[in-house]
Design a protein around this ligand. Structure first.
Ligand code: GDP
Ligand code: MG
Length: 176
């Protein structure tokens, strides 16, 4: 029998096509899966890790992001311990949609840690969103952190999941 100190539900959200599934797969398998297909509704993955001398089980909910499935978001937010909002650094619109996504997630979850994550950082020549701008937006929206990642090179992939897990552990153990 496996035992965990914590079981966390983590939701990955943001527009379709930004790289949510690819990022999740890179984290789970260590490989860049170019042939990723459209996520219908939501996909669910499990990963165990050890952070802060504790054993955590992450239930990762990869929310498709397609407009026609948005109505499902409120119910998928229930019981979430943390969230990662993903945008594509080469598509400004996916970044501009942050506040609309945040509104729904915050309205349907408790005060959870949320990270702002820009993907496809390997596509430097196509970049539209600057890191400085994203850091400011993350602060303005009271998010818990920001990082740029690449599922292709693996840049920051592990650390993003480690960071959100640390934040979820912290939130589960409020100071006395
Ligand atoms: P989702 O709809 O947010 O889940 O997006 P997908 O994970 O399906 O990715 C959409 C497209 O972006 C796919 O063609 C991926 O191969 C590509 N992609 C995802 N992450 C990266 C990345 O870090 N770098 C590059 N160059 N392409 C990526
Ligand atoms: Mg997907």
């Amino acid at each position: 029998m496996e035992e965990y100190d914590y079981i966390f539900k983590l939701i990955i959200f943001g527009d379709g096509g930004v790289g949510k599934t690819t990022l999740t797969q890179r984290y789970l398998t260590g490989f860049f899966d170019k042939g990723s297909r459209l996520t219908i509704g939501v996909e669910f993955f499990v990963k165990t890790l050890e952070v802060a001398d504790k054993k955590e089980k992450l239930q990762i909910w990869d929310f498709g992001g397609e407009e026609r499935f948005r109505f499902l978001l409120p119910q998928y937010c229930r019981g979430t311990s943390g969230g990662i909002f993903v945008y594509d650094v080469t598509q400004e619109l996916t970044f501009n949609h942050l506040t609309a996504w945040l509104e729904v997630v915050r309205a349907n979850s408790r005060n959870i840690p949320l990270l702002l994550v820009g993907t496809k950082a390997d596509l430097e020549l196509k970049r539209k969103v600057m890191a400085e701008e994203a850091i400011n937006i993350a602060r303005a929206n009271k998010m818990s952190g920001f990082a740029e990642v690449s599922a292709k090179t693996g840049q920051n992939v592990e650390s993003v999941f480690k960071t959100i897990t640390q934040l979820m552990v912290k939130r589960a153990n409020p100071p006395a």
